[in-house]
Design a protein around this ligand. Structure first.
Ligand SMILES: *Cc1c(COP(=O)(O)O)cnc(C)c1O
Length: 421
């Protein structure tokens, strides 16, 4: 209790109950975060990181020790042979596209086994017609296997992975769907099935939102290539832009040839002083992901306690940091997002309203008050205003700040007569 924020005592009581409910889950998160923190530190120690690794380079960036060492540390942390960590990957989509174009060739076939992938990847693949410059445009074939009851359809995958399939593509996170995220044990099983059918197949994982959620990463269990964004989990809330690719050495090299140019690959790329924040982001990432997971679990426990549908449930096994809440009607979605926004460190004075976002079929309401624009390791919520009226929530740099936002969201809903307490 303090004088900074005033809550209805029913919200206070519900929050205390949610914390009690979440206790066992929090202990599991602490265990994973500590394991991953030690994994990261041991890689820093092994490679003898010092201030000299943060020295900015300019021009070609030849011999940038910080850049070269960060790649090695990243590879060790992710159980991979090699990595490509760069501030000049503009976003997750760009990073994933670099990896796809890096390793696929005309006549190859990509098979996505987690249903239709994340929206922004559609144009990369050329799913809708032949988008200019898409993989399809370059003669790469694409097919997908739907999920079965929200989980990998192993039998159909086994039947489909033959000699014609060059790459099996997995999206670990649920994205904006109500399916569960993939856990590492499922990815491991899938790798075994795919490689048994075609030993040459490349298994690639869109690892966005998945880094450090479990003790192992897809590359620890046989995935050949993974990629993700640094303004999500792996940047620890510190990196202000960038992406990473990790995996088999020959594949990462091809990705580097795509990012820069054949022949130059990883040898060039001035870091301009960005190294420090990428190192510091990786250092923080296990802890920050733990905070984001605790935030998601608390929100699930709190709003589950109010009677709302939560996916995943507070005690479900998690493969990513995304939490969704079925808030049942447009008014609740708007009140929820406004409450979240009101407790944000940045732009707390802004009141989100639904708007017609380009590329969306319905209006969308969003809350985001982040230090890094668009960062979703920082607490953010967005909700399309349509059935089944779900809000998608992710991030939380510190558990206590995310908890405050969730309580303010509940309070806002209560004030508008939308909450049954
Ligand atoms: C965020 C994300 C991406 C990439 O999105 P960007 O906004 O370009 O960073 C791709 N796949 C998944 C599952 C994601 O969550």
């Amino acid at each position: 209790m303090n004088s900074f924020f005033k809550f209805d005592e029913r919200i206070e009581a519900a929050s205390a109950k949610a914390l009690e409910t979440a206790k066992t889950q929090f202990e599991k998160i602490e265990d994973i975060a500590e394991y991953n923190q030690q994994k990261v530190i041991s890689a820093f120690i092994k490679h003898g990181v010092s201030e000299s690794h943060f020295v900015p380079t300019t021009g070609y960036g030849y011999g940038d020790r910080g850049r070269e060492t960060l790649d090695k540390i990243w590879a060790d942390v992710f159980g991979a042979e090699d990595a490509l960590v760069r501030h000049n990957f503009t976003c997750g989509t760009h990073t994933l596209a670099t990896a796809l174009f890096g390793v696929l060739r005309p006549g190859d076939k990509m098979l996505c086994v987690t249903g239709t992938p994340y929206d922004t990847i559609h144009n990369v693949i050329g799913i809708k017609g032949s988008e200019m410059g898409s993989l399809k445009d370059f003669g790469v074939a694409y097919d997908e296997i739907p999920l079965k009851d929200g989980r990998l359809y192993y039998d159909a995958i086994e039947a489909a992975v033959d000699e014609s399939v060059t790459m099996v593509y997995i999206q670990r996170s649920r994205g904006y769907e109500l399916r569960p995220s993939l856990v590492i044990s499922e990815i491991e099983k899938l790798v075994k099935i795919a490689k048994a059918k075609n030993p040459n197949v490349i298994v690639m994982v869109d690892n966005c939102y998945g880094e450090f959620v479990e003790k192992l990463e897809p590359t620890n269990v046989g995935a050949d290539l993974i990629a993700g964004s640094l303004i999500k989990n792996a940047g620890g809330g510190i990196a202000t832009t960038g992406g990473y690719i990790a995996g088999r050495h020959d594949l990462v090299e091809k990705c580097a040839y795509r990012l820069t140019t054949p022949g130059l690959g990883k040898e060039v790329g001035a870091t301009l002083g960005m190294n420090r924040e990428l190192y510091m982001g990786l250092f923080y990432a296990p802890h920050t992901v733990g905070e984001a997971l605790k935030s998601a679990i608390y929100i699930a426990a709190l709003f589950g306690g109010f009677g709302y549908k939560t996916t995943p449930a507070f005690d479900a096994e998690r493969g990513d940091i995304v939490q969704s809440l079925g808030l049942e009607n447009p008014e609740s979605l708007v009140a929820f997002c406004q409450g979240i926004q009101s407790g944000s460190p940045i732009d707390s004075f802004v009141s989100p309203e639904p708007w017609d976002m380009p590329g969306y079929e319905s209006q969308v309401v969003m809350a985001a008050g982040a230090f890094t624009m668009g960062s979703s390791i920082e607490l953010s919520a967005d909700a399309p205003i349509r059935e089944p009226y779900y809000a998608w929530i992710q991030g939380g740099l510190t558990f206590h700040s995310a908890k405050l936002c969730a309580m303010l969201a509940a309070q806002k809903m209560l004030e508008r007569g939308l909450l049954d307490v």
